[in-house]
Design a protein around this ligand. Structure first.
Ligand SMILES: Nc1ncnc2c1ncn2[C@@H]1O[C@H](COP(=O)(O)OP(=O)(O)OP(=O)(O)O)[C@@H](O)[C@H]1O
Length: 267
């Protein structure tokens, strides 16, 4: 029997007259990567914020790792959430910040220090660990956020644009890390505009447009639906249609930039 890490039934979020997310249902198996795509303003962040109990749904229910999203205290132990702009205490050093994160999770300092060292080393930040985060670049700060998200070894992680602001090598580290998480039975819900990342990593891609889930399929199946070209970018543009052509063009530009980054990384 399939174990589902994320289930949602009829999730809806309205802001006054506007519906940001409309009747969204999901069944995401444990140990898989779900790539969540959509044009700007489609409802991706709102969906994630409902799933991690930061925004209350107007209607509908969801469970993460078997915990209803209404049970916030239990939920936070089982999930990690990386928002697009991760919160960090920038007057602290990376090491101090991560110790603070460890204490929030009730981890003793000696155990935390081993894990901090391993994770900082993995993200190439060990040499800067004793500098204040306020002196870090955007990408370095983002890496600290990613480490904090993974620190307590959650069952399900929600990543909102995890590679934005990262150089090609750091982006590759994030991609490798995400792939590695899944081998440890973690489930990853990944929202991004960088199409090659979901193409490479996702088991299933969900496309949201104007608050509604308009497509859900494995990457190969989604690409096969695209006329002639058989690529994800065309499939994305087709299922999200012309209503948001500007945003789609921007997403496709970002995707092509990411392709360039990949080329640079590989040379
Ligand atoms: N707090 C809020 N109050 C009112 N409207 C909101 C609020 N948060 C989001 N919205 C609206 O809900 C819709 C979905 O926004 P959301 O941020 O979820 O989109 P997104 O897919 O994450 O976009 P992007 O790719 O640009 O980050 C938008 O129309 C947005 O203006």
């Amino acid at each position: 029997m399939t174990e589902y890490a994320i289930t949602a039934d009829g999730l809806t979020k309205r802001y006054g007259e506007d519906t940001a997310v409309d009747d969204l249902s999901l069944s995401i198996p444990q140990g898989t990567i779900y790539g969540f795509l959509g044009p700007n303003g489609a409802g991706k962040t709102t969906t994630m914020r409902m799933l991690v109990a930061l925004t209350e749904p107007t209607a509908g229910t969801a469970e993460i790792a078997g915990v209803p999203i209404t049970n916030r205290s239990q939920l936070t132990q089982r999930i990690g959430y990386l928002p697009a702009d991760p919160p960090v205490f920038d007057e602290l050093t990376a090491w101090e910040h991560l110790r603070h994160v460890a204490r929030l999770h009730g981890m003793p300092d000696d155990r935390a220090d081993d894990r901090i060292e391993t994770l900082l080393d993995r993200f190439n930040l060990l040499a800067d660990a004793d500098r204040r985060i306020e002196s870090y670049s955007t990408g370095m700060t983002k890496k600290v956020g990613i480490i904090a998200t993974l620190f307590h070894d959650p069952d399900v992680v929600f990543l909102d644009e995890p590679t934005s602001g990262l150089d090609p090598r750091a982006a590759r580290t994030v991609r490798d890390t995400v792939a590695d998480l899944v081998t440890r039975e973690m489930t990853v819900f990944l929202s991004t505009h960088i199409l090659p990342i979901v193409d490479e990593l996702a088991d299933t891609i969900g496309v949201i447009n104007d608050g509604t889930l308009v497509a859900e399929a494995p990457p190969a199946e989604l690409k096969a639906r695209a006329d002639e070209s058989r690529d994800l970018e065309t499939a994305f543009l087709e299922v999200t249609d012309e209503r948001d052509a500007t945003a789609a063009e921007r997403a496709s530009q970002e995707a092509s930039d990411a392709g360039t980054e990949e080329f640079q990384t590989n040379v």
